[in-house]
Design a protein around this ligand. Structure first.
Ligand code: ADP
Ligand code: MG
Length: 263
């Protein structure tokens, strides 16, 4: 199962008097289950727009986004439902992604019901607890009744991951999912994501401006600049032998990398 952008473009139409924006230009990208793909680039380079295109939240202006060889735009309801389950989002700003008035049990439980992963109170509760367990929120019973404001930033991020993982997705699209977290919390969530990849075989499209994070976890890296993918390659190639001047500039601007790497 493959998630793919094929020469995908997104132009945001101008409002009256404004200029239209080519947010994503001719982007081609592939991600397989179990693969850790990163998209990097400075703010405004089109990363979030591409993420939302991959999630089917923003329709392409031209080109296509395809899952399992079928363009999103041409999917029948059954395929669309399958895609919506297999490709999950973990977006930035966990405070905003979780409804402040819903407990953890409700937030995770409602997607279980929606996608008919389990039916009946006990079965839903069991699925929710299993997912919380998987993301390291143990014992799960201690978190079921909590509201988002009763959780730390890292815990909220784990709930969002639980809500995705409970659907047994093939690919998770994570947009700046750890960027707002403190270093140690960030490291923990990254370890969790990598752990889930090995245990469940889930793949990631991991979007960030944070290069040290990419260096740690990514296998394949796409570099975006002004809406275009200017370079992509295996992580080691991107970090050790970048080809595009923009990639070199990005790497040079990440001082922790230069100092943290031997030789
Ligand atoms: P990034 O995530 O890399 O910071 P974005 O995808 O958010 O980049 O934005 C890329 C470009 O598209 C920016 O110029 C942004 O202003 C523009 N853009 C994003 N979303 C919209 C929108 N809904 N309407 C108009 N322009 C948008
Ligand atoms: Mg963004």
């Amino acid at each position: 199962m493959l998630l793919e952008a094929v020469r995908a473009c997104k132009t945001f139409r101008a409002r009256r008097g404004g200029r239209s924006v080519d947010a994503v230009i001719d982007a081609s990208l592939q991600v397989r289950p179990g693969e850790f793909v990163a998209i990097v680039g400075e703010s405004g380079s089109g990363k979030s727009t591409l993420a939302r295109m991959l999630l089917g939240l923003v329709p392409v202006t031209s080109g296509s986004v395809e899952f399992d060889g079928v363009a999103l735009a041409s999917m029948d309801r059954q395929r669309w439902n399958g895609y919506r389950r297999h490709v999950q989002a973990v977006l930035q700003d966990p405070a905003g992604s979780l409804n402040p008035r819903k407990t953890v049990a409700t937030a995770v439980g409602e997607v279980v019901r929606l996608h008919r992963i389990a039916e009946g109170r006990d079965a839903v509760r069991r699925a929710v607890c299993d997912a919380l367990d998987l993301v390291g929120m143990t014992p799960p019973e201690a978190y079921l009744g909590r509201y988002p404001h009763e959780l730390s930033g890292g815990q909220r991020q784990r709930v969002l991951i639980a809500r995705a993982i409970v659907l047994e997705p093939t690919i998770i699209v994570a947009d700046e999912a750890v960027s707002a977290l403190d270093a140690s919390v960030k490291a923990g969530v990254l370890r969790l994501m990598d752990d889930l990849r090995r245990r469940l075989g889930v793949g990631y499209v991991f979007i960030t401006h944070d290069l040290p994070v990419v260096n740690k976890v990514a296998e394949h890296v796409y570099v975006m600049k002004s809406g275009e993918i200017v370079e992509h390659g295996d992580k080691d190639q991107i970090f050790d032998a970048p080809r595009h001047p923009y990639t070199m500039t990005l790497l040079a601007a990440a001082p922790t990398l230069a100092t943290g790497r031997p030789g």
